[in-house]
Design a protein around this ligand. Structure first.
Ligand code: SAH
Ligand code: SF4
Ligand code: F3S
Length: 432
């Protein structure tokens, strides 16, 4: 029996691509194993969003080399860092057998098969999709939850971001095709859908008839049997009232908006080319909170963008204190070769960025704590995801509609919806 090992880094889009990679390998007759020592093929699906991803990949490839020498393991590298480095992967790690991109994941089984005869590493990329990943077989990670890609790539030019370079221009999937996939997933037992794209609010601009994202939300909501719908990420510049209204009016669409702000300073936002101002962002937050009762709000923030002054950083601090996010992903700016920000003046020393980051983290953690504590005593609907631990089956871990993690004193099976009363809360999870 032929076997494969698969490891995934990065965002949900990569997780989703990996489900396709696993599906493709299974159709080609391979069985998945948990360690590279036991595998005929090791596949790394990589991320390039920040610099530590680079170091991780080459460290990992170094660790696979002795295994390869011992067992004859084949090594395949795909994903965003493969796109970024291309032939450079082989230059730095000549023991790698296959390098493939984000737009030709369907090629993997063929490349793995062909590399023996080729006698040299095979490096293959596509500038356009020949087959959308969504049309490929999938091995889903969860019986009740599924990711559904609605759009690939990104047309924005945020100056810090490598995604457009490694994922290519925006391509939307036709609305009917997405709804068809959701219907098939529901027939297969799925009740929760997460719609994925880099800028979901520009969905459909490249399609005939120009469907818009709020129509898509309503159409997915109309599929019988869908209990929860989430989506990520909206870009604040394209988020409008029609989307907030669809969220408010569609029963299955969850009361959670992930709304990446990146910075609270108009000057920094301009240098980032985010195309919105602080006040325009705050107006949209107010509009969404006004229309959607009990809305949970989360965000992404970058600290230490080139040239960020103390004053500009304080604008981010005050924004966080004004908005009071439920939680935030906070990142230290990482220079990505080839992006506009990489060559900007004013790249900041690590200790300055670290100090700002620590302050922001402390403030946001306190706000998350206070917001979660406000929920004590309330009744919430929880989807059970897994037992809380391997030993203790009397508690389960799940999620609220607002995407908060909850440990609940029930032994219900994954996928079950339970009503729970919040008894206690930390900054990072609830207890019910
Ligand atoms: N398309 C999504 C973001 C995808 S990347 C959006 O626009 O919302 C996820 C997050 O990584 C970004 O929101 C940003 O906060 C962070 N990020 C991207 N590039 C980065 C960099 N060079 N340094 C630090 N953080 C970065
Ligand atoms: Fe990157 Fe900006 Fe596109 Fe998001 S919208 S993927 S941050 S370029
Ligand atoms: Fe995602 Fe990382 Fe690529 S965040 S799109 S896997 S660069």
């Amino acid at each position: 029996m032929k076997t494969f090992f698969l490891e995934t880094h990065g965002c949900q889009m990569n997780e989703h691509d990996s489900e396709r990679l696993a599906g493709l390998m299974e159709v080609a007759g391979y069985v998945r194993v948990a360690a590279p020592d036991e595998a005929d093929v090791a596949i790394l699906n990589t991320c390039a969003i920040r610099e530590n991803a680079d170091n991780k990949l080459y460290g990992h490839l170094g660790a696979l080399k002795p295994i390869k020498e011992r067992t004859g393991l084949k090594i395949a590298v795909g994903g965003c860092q493969a796109e970024k480095d291309r032939e450079g992967v082989i230059a730095r790690a000549p023991w790698v057998d296959v390098v493939f991109g984000t737009r030709n994941i369907d090629a993997l089984p063929r490349l793995v098969q062909a590399v023996d005869d080729a006698g040299v590493p095979l490096v293959e990329f596509a500038e356009q999709f020949e087959v959308h990943p969504s049309a490929l077989p999938a091995r889903r990670g969860s019986p009740f939850h599924a990711w559904v890609a609605i759009q690939y790539g990104c047309n924005n030019g945020c100056t810090f971001c490598i995604v457009p370079a490694v994922r290519g221009p925006e391509v939307s999937r036709p609305l009917g095709e997405i709804v068809g996939e959701v219907q098939r997933l529901v027939d297969d037992g799925v009740t929760e859908i997460s719609l994925l794209g880099q800028n979901v609010n520009s969905y459909g601009r490249d399609l005939t008839g120009r469907p818009i994202f709020s129509e898509l939300l309503r159409a997915v909501n109309d599929v019988d049997g869908v209990r929860r719908i989430r989506y990520t990420s909206p870009h604040p510049k394209d988020f409008k009232k029609d989307t907030a209204l669809a969220m408010a009016e569609c029963e299955a669409v969850c009361e959670h908006l992930h709304f990446p702000v990146q910075s609270g300073s108009d000057e920094v936002l301009r240098r980032m080319k985010r195309a919105y101002s602080r006040s325009a962002y705050l107006d949209k937050v107010a509009m969404a909170r006004d229309l959607i009762p009990d809305l949970a709000l989360t965000t992404d923030i970058i600290v230490g963008f080139p040239g960020e002054t103390d004053h500009e950083f304080e604008d981010t601090m005050s924004l966080v204190e004004d908005v009071r996010y439920d939680s935030a992903y906070m990142f230290q700016y990482s220079k990505r070769p080839g992006t506009d920000a990489a060559t900007m003046d004013g790249q900041l020393p690590k200790h300055v960025v670290q100090e700002r980051f620590d302050r922001l983290l402390e403030t946001q953690t306190q706000i998350s704590f206070e917001r979660n504590r406000q929920l004590i005593g309330e009744s919430v609907e929880v989807t059970i995801e897994r037992p809380a631990s391997k030993r203790d089956r009397s508690k389960a871990t799940g999620r609220t509609r607002t995407n908060k993690l909850v440990h609940v004193a029930v032994d219900s099976a994954p996928g079950a919806l339970v009503d729970a009363t919040i008894a206690d809360a930390t900054a990072h999870y609830l207890i019910a």
